[in-house]
Ligand binder design. Structure first.
Ligand SMILES: Nc1nc2c(c(=O)[nH]1)N[C@H]1C(S)=C(S)[C@@H](COP(=O)(O)O)O[C@H]1N2
Ligand SMILES: [Mo]
Length: 263
């Protein structure tokens, strides 16, 4: 952890402020981010690295994402990406109202753990009204309820070598010409232990719907939409994600998106 923070501080002084306004200016036109070897995408990816360092330095490691008032919730959370996982395992679980769902925690932990949905719902909860920004150019303000991830990880006791948290999901994307690939995401320990990072099971005062990631989806409020994994079944604690799937830390990262994905 100390190493991680030190590395961030070392990244400073790279003139990030102008880079971050460039990112904002480009917000609604992100289609090219999926294309490899695109010079603008490459530039923005480097700029995003600066944003990553700059944000952490300027606002501190635990700055909160903005929270909104009830009156600012203007529409339901627009479902995007997978909205209806079709694996036999997921369908059977959905059929039983997720009664037999278990969230598994494995990897660099002292004690592997499994939590049922009821157990997660009985843990301390947090509710927050935040804005979800998708790189496709739309945003939604929604109210999320869940249990903070940090204390859940503490129950499994992270080993000192732990550096990243990987979230594995029930759904796969792609298919057609290429094989379908399971959705996954990852974050560092600072985001994992951020007070607004929750394992969400509620949306806008109702049970989290299937289209938005039932039974559990992660909210990492300072990150873009693709960093908010839905349908999470396993949390894997790792020191590197190089060996997982395409090695870039997430389904969309493997397809060219930036790993940090900060807003
Ligand atoms: N498992 C999984 N998580 C996912 C996705 C997905 O396809 N599968 N799509 C991501 C993207 S790009 C966005 S914008 C949000 C959409 O969340 P929502 O459907 O609740 O609006 O989920 C993210 N998490
Ligand atoms: Mo998205």
């Amino acid at each position: 952890m100390a190493d991680l923070i030190l590395n961030r501080r070392r990244l400073l002084g790279l003139g990030a402020a102008s880079a971050s306004s460039l990112i904002l200016a480009g917000c609604s036109e992100f289609d090219f981010l999926g294309k490899r070897n695109d010079p603008i995408r490459d530039f923005l990816e480097r700029a995003n690295e600066l944003t990553y360092a700059a944000q952490r330095a300027l606002v501190g490691d635990q700055a909160l994402a903005r929270e909104y008032a009830e009156s600012e919730i203007r529409q339901g959370q627009r479902p995007n990406g997978s909205t209806n996982p079709s694996s036999a395992e997921y369908l059977a679980m959905r059929e039983s109202g997720f009664a037999n769902y278990k969230l598994r925690i494995k990897g660099l932990v002292e004690q592997e753990k499994e939590f049922t949905l009821a157990e997660l719902r009985n843990m301390p909860s947090r509710t927050q009204i935040t804005r979800h920004d998708c790189v496709e150019g739309w945003s939604c303000i929604a109210k999320w309820t869940g249990t903070p991830l940090g204390p859940v990880l503490d129950q499994a006791k992270l080993k000192p070598s732990a550096r990243f948290i990987v979230f594995h999901c029930y759904d796969s994307l792609g298919g057609g010409l290429t094989a379908a690939e399971p959705y996954y995401e990852s974050c560092d320990l600072i985001d994992a232990y951020h007070p607004q990072t929750i394992l969400a099971y509620g949306l806008n005062d109702a049970v989290l719907p299937v289209q938005n990631g039932a039974p559990i989806r992660v909210r990492i409020e300072r990150a873009l939409g693709y960093k908010q994994p839905k349908y999470v079944h396993t949390i894997e604690v790792v020191d590197s994600f190089a060996m997982i799937a395409g090695g870039k830390g997430g389904y969309w990262e493997d397809h060219g998106y930036d790993w940090y994905g900060g807003i």
